[in-house]
Design a protein around this ligand. Sequence first.
Ligand code: PLP
Length: 374
Amino acid sequence: MSDTLATPVCLNSTYWFKDTEELIAYQENKYQSYEYGRYGNPTTKTCEEKIRMLEGGEDCLLSSSGMNAAICMLLALVPANGHIVTTTDCYRRTRQFVQTFMPKMGITCTVLDPSDYDGLEKALNENDCSLYFSESPTNPYLRCVDVERISKLCKPKNCIVCVDGTFATPVNSKALSRGADLVIHSASKYLGGHNDVLAGCIVGDKELVAKCRQFHNIMGGVLDPHAAYLVLRGMKTLSLRVARHNDNAMRLATLLEAHPKIDVVHYPGLPSHPDHEVAKRYMSGFGGVVSFEVKGDLWATAKFIDACNLPYIAPSLGGVESLIEQPTIVSYWDYGAEQRAELGIKDNLVRYACGIEDFEDIASDVLQALEQID
Ligand SMILES: *Cc1c(COP(=O)(O)O)cnc(C)c1O
């Protein structure tokens, strides 16, 4: 397009045609154009190509947020009265959509523990399953699924396998190469990497992405070209950042596991994690998020969090700054103790999303904060 090194931000809502002949050629697929901003944009396209190549997929669709990507995928690929399989311990808004809105279209759901492969086989045998959908690692317990094993079970049943790889990033794990049909990301997290943009993507099999794109063209939820530029710019340092996130999180998890004021640490890089073996096989790094349980109740845990000086108290993850949160308060405060217990969200659970600060600073800060609770 030009010799600018940085990708130009094409602020454009419509595309013009030289004459009627060119327009007809476009309609007959003999001339390439985007036609209108909802159907595509050169900046966005460049970003889609970059993510596509990084994941090793056939096609990629960018969307205005991770949720928009997830919902677009679900609505485009699951038929009315269909059945899907998802796993426990998943992003709250995704679960809400599956439980509250999909039933309106007669779509039912089996929810399984991420390592329940017998349960998956049973669900596949007893239902006409259109889709298997899981995060890997999951939020907040960082469970990892055996994508190869799941794909082998799902393929013969024509059940699409879609993995939310937000926590893994394509640097740590490429689910498509293990047999998944689709991977989705909240690009608001590691891909963007600087807590300054919302975006999402669907990448993988070209026919499936085409179905999602057709639906997206109707629904909207288009990514602004400025936002596409920010994702592109963030991705220039993705592998450097992820290497540091991985390193900080592994060291933090190890430090915390040995600490007397910590009950349990949930991190797939630790041998104590239930999915450590699966994670070792699929991941070259274990990600930047560490979840752990402080010895004490909700308020002791809150006191620890308030005593931390380095991380910001905030939801989200994947940016250069460390963030800390108590899932009970940030994500499930409206639920009440009983409902939280049902979901396995413990009041003393902390989610620490490591940034790219020096580990020594993270460690000394966490240790001084733990000193302050009894
Ligand atoms: C953040 C997140 C989402 C939602 O993405 P948004 O970009 O915030 O809409 C979905 N899945 C996972 C695992 C996430 O962390």
